[in-house]
Design a protein around this ligand. Structure first.
Ligand code: GLU
Length: 543
């Protein structure tokens, strides 16, 4: 069989040789031990939180070793592609601390010498390597109808195995030169398939950085490499691109683990040095019934990274949360270094927590509260405004017009030794501080206490003094005494029946009158920012 001739028949116009290509993408000039990683999403218009989790690990491994981290867009499935999706991905990576060193912005710029970074622009490269494999008798054309892609093959293979059968080799691997020539003359479309070496019966040893050495069933399938539209399958593009981009470590979801033996065989057939793999666990979420399942874009808003932007989460908080999910020693480090920037954490992308990561929004909110509590009021204002410009246009004008007032509100219980840790996303600001912008619509007051509540408020009209916190409180105490409330808590505890309540109760009534709620940030600060007139107005709404 003249494989060279067949390769020429299949790809008559493909003049680009593998040698030319190898010359164009030489080994990188990096120091010993430097890692080259890549994040390789498909542009479906959607960036999954698990994708960012991987990208953060990619970035870390490259950065720590003085290497390079690439963004490669896997857009070979034109049916699934969404226009503008790669821009969404790039923006999210930039925003959440995972900006790639090499990437392409369609029509704008290319950063790096190992592109194109869109797979759809690498067709000639894939063809050259497919041609080489055919010319060496390691791959063959398949003219069957089922040439669309990996899925068919995978399904077929799984079915065979579940029936306890081994994969029959593809009948097209036995076509004669004449048959191939005839099919080509008839204009029959073809795919290129790998001539699998094994029969799927033997075991192969594979190595994953997190899982260690594993034994798996060898590949037994004549897998599709190039589909009939000449677009590569994931497995083939993975081998070709990661070889040419000089990737040293592939970080990808553990759903790719089963096809590892196939990937290994393709690397081998092409004569490529295999890469290291970090198969990351998928992120799960606890469900109402107590069980956990994968976080999914169909049911979980938080699966889509755009959710965090829309809600106004601080990107740094999200990044810190994902680092925390990835490295179990993060929490202790954070406790010991409460003020240190995240970049100082000795994050180890090769040592990802073995346990299934479980997404917990409460934990994220706590991290975010800690972070935002460190900001000045002015910084909060700028962040809030930037969020509103993108997500809440209706508030922008107000934020600009009343900047000073908004900063005062943001400064309640802030810029002090122990700032209040309450705001965790900008989207909650107007709801959370609703009472700073309009009088309460409801009051958290028990009906049994309404009489006392009204009595206190009626009296308080004559005691409001906001000149400073001590005077303000002295006045409340003075009034409390007069109304029969205990000012000294010890006294009150000794004989509670002798009083209507204590001064804390009086403050609670005032707090409810002003804010509608029993809990709020510092009451004096709230009242000072509102001003005496507004406070009086609010009390007058009740009594
Ligand atoms: N395009 C693949 C995916 O979306 C990339 C997997 C990999 O990183 O190799 O899952």
């Amino acid at each position: 069989m003249d494989y060279k001739k067949i390769a020429e028949m299949l790809f008559p116009n493909n003049k680009l040789t593998v040698e030319d290509i190898e010359k164009k993408y030489p080994p990188r000039n990096l120091k010993e031990g430097a890692e080259v990683t890549r994040f390789a999403p498909s542009p479906t218009g959607f960036m999954h939180i698990g994708g960012l989790f991987q990208a953060i690990i990619d970035k870390n491994i490259a950065k720590r070793s003085g290497g390079v981290y690439i963004l490669r867009i896997e857009d070979t499935d034109k049916k699934r592609e969404v226009i503008g999706a790669s821009t969404i991905i790039l923006n999210i990576l930039k925003k959440y601390g995972a900006e790639p060193d090499e990437y392409e912005e369609k029509g704008v710029k290319v950063v790096g010498n190992y592109g194109p970074y869109f797979q759809s622009e690498r067709e000639e490269i894939y063809k050259a390597y497919a041609k080489k494999l055919v010319s060496e008798g390691k791959a063959f054309p398949c003219f069957c109808r089922k040439t669309e892609g990996l899925n068919d093959v995978k399904e077929k293979r799984e079915k065979m195995f579940s029936l306890g059968l081994t994969e029959d080799k593809d009948p097209c691997r036995n076509l004669t030169e004449e048959q191939i020539e005839e099919y080509l003359k008839d204009g029959k479309p073809f795919a290129i398939k790998l001539k699998a070496k094994g029969n799927g019966q033997n075991k192969v040893k594979i190595y994953d950085v997190l899982k260690g050495e594993l034994e798996m069933q060898e590949n037994g399938e004549d897998a599709v490499l190039l589909k009939s539209d000449f677009m590569p399958t994931y497995a083939f593009a993975h081998a070709v691109d990661d070889h040419l981009m000089r990737t040293t470590t592939v970080v990808r979801g553990e759903e790719w683990l089963p096809s590892y033996p196939l990937h290994l065989e393709i690397f081998e057939a092409l004569g490529f040095k295999p890469v290291k793999y970090v198969h990351t666990p998928l992120i799960y979420k606890i469900r109402e019934n107590g069980g956990k399942t994968k976080i999914s874009k169909r049911i979980d808003a938080e699966a889509d990274m755009r959710y965090f932007s829309k809600e106004g989460y601080e990107p740094e908080a999200v990044e810190e949360y994902l680092v925390n999910l990835a490295n179990s020693n993060f929490e202790l480090w954070r406790k010991e270094n409460p003020l240190a920037p995240l970049s100082e954490f000795p994050f180890d992308g090769f040592n990802i927590t073995a346990n299934t990561p479980v997404f917990d929004i409460v934990k994220l909110n706590d991290i975010s509260k800690e972070l935002i509590a460190k900001y000045s009021a002015e910084k909060c204002y700028q962040k809030l405004l930037a969020w509103a410009v993108e997500n809440s246009m209706e508030n922008v004008e107000y934020l600009k017009k009343d900047k000073e007032y908004v900063i005062k509100v943001l400064n309640i219980d802030r810029e002090k030794d122990k700032p209040r840790k309450d705001i965790y996303k900008w989207g909650m600001f107007f709801d959370y501080y609703d009472y700073m912008f309009s009088a309460p619509k409801t009051y958290q007051i028990d009906e049994s206490e309404r009489k006392k509540f009204e009595e206190v408020l009626r009296a308080y009209k004559n005691y409001i003094d906001l000149s400073d916190k001590t005077i303000w409180f002295d006045k409340i105490k003075e009034m409390s005494k007069k109304l029969g409330y205990a000012v000294d808590n010890k006294e009150y505890k000794k004989s509670p029946d002798a009083f209507k309540g204590n001064v804390a109760k009086v403050c609670e009534f005032i707090r409810v009158a002003v804010t509608g709620q029993k809990n709020s940030p510092d009451l004096f600060e709230i009242m000072s920012v509102l001003g005496k007139e507004k406070v009086l107005e609010r009390i007058s709404l009740i009594v």
